[in-house]
Design a protein around this ligand. Sequence first.
Ligand code: GTP
Ligand code: MG
Ligand code: ZN
Length: 307
Amino acid sequence: MTGVVVKAFGRYYDVAWKNTRIRCTLRGKLRTHRDRERFSNPVAVGDLVTLEIGGDGTGTISHIHERKNVFSRKERGRNRKEDVIAANLDQVIIIQSFYRPRLNLRFVDRLAVRGKKDGIPVLLCLNKVDLADGEDIEFVKDYFSRSGIDLVFTSAISGEGLDGLRGKIGGKTSLLAGHSGAGKTSILNAVFPHLDLPVADVSEKTGKGRHTTTNVEMIVLEGDIRMIDTPGMREFGLMDIEPYRLGDYFADFDRYRDKCGFKPCSHDHEPTCEVRRQVEKGKINEERYMSYLHILESLKEYYGSLY
Ligand SMILES: Nc1nc2c(ncn2[C@@H]2O[C@H](COP(=O)(O)OP(=O)(O)OP(=O)(O)O)[C@@H](O)[C@H]2O)c(=O)[nH]1
Ligand SMILES: [Mg+2]
Ligand SMILES: [Zn+2]
């Protein structure tokens, strides 16, 4: 029988099968087998798995089906592996908040590059719009205006923008990703009031969240909606992108990169770079270009350390 992994915690996995959830472990050889060179965890939420149920009602996962895609990040530290956050997604919804915690658009850019590289559509949800002023909103709109990233402004408190968000989740599996305290779980509660999932205030002192959600978990809702809530991320590392390919994932550069003198061009120091020229002319948002350079630097460092 085939089920879908809805929760992963340590060595255990909850698998939804028909209308039940079965607590499962992995068959021994699967623990090390699957893509072990690339990924640190063999199974993730969203995976389709074959399971066998034992006499005590618990299950064993004996096979992991081919994945459509994965959303992963570099493991912390000097490791060369990636953590799979979830698999088989239709979209990643990046959640940011205006104040407490404050906007971090460079973090958004990293996640957006990841999504684009893996062919997963990205939606950016700017939450706590009740705390923003017109200038904040204009800044964000301007920043992403040519990025190809879809924006929705929401407030889990006032309800603003939630209809717009509802319109984008029907029939899909969506991953909610962002910093702790940005309001991922609050948005789920606001859109689906019967859920009543735990949320917690952002710390007065640091303006940061309290890491209230502790496991990646898929919530299956009516209307063929699957939402995956995740624990807040502190950082998001990219790897496996050659530095000179990074620009391919910035749609802002699409119209210009063919006109760069050098090919490939890293749009950094090259003297005949059209992208840089357009930044100077104001056709490409300068802050977003700075964010590009920042990611480029981290990839160069990563690749430099490989050889
Ligand atoms: N003003 C305002 N506060 C919000 C909004 N959305 C969430 N909050 C508050 O932000 C705090 C954190 O919300 P959570 O939903 O727990 O945040 P989270 O992203 O799930 O955090 P983790 O589970 O720790 O990753 C709570 O006190 C919420 O009430 C909003 O739109 N406006
Ligand atoms: Mg949460
Ligand atoms: Zn260039």
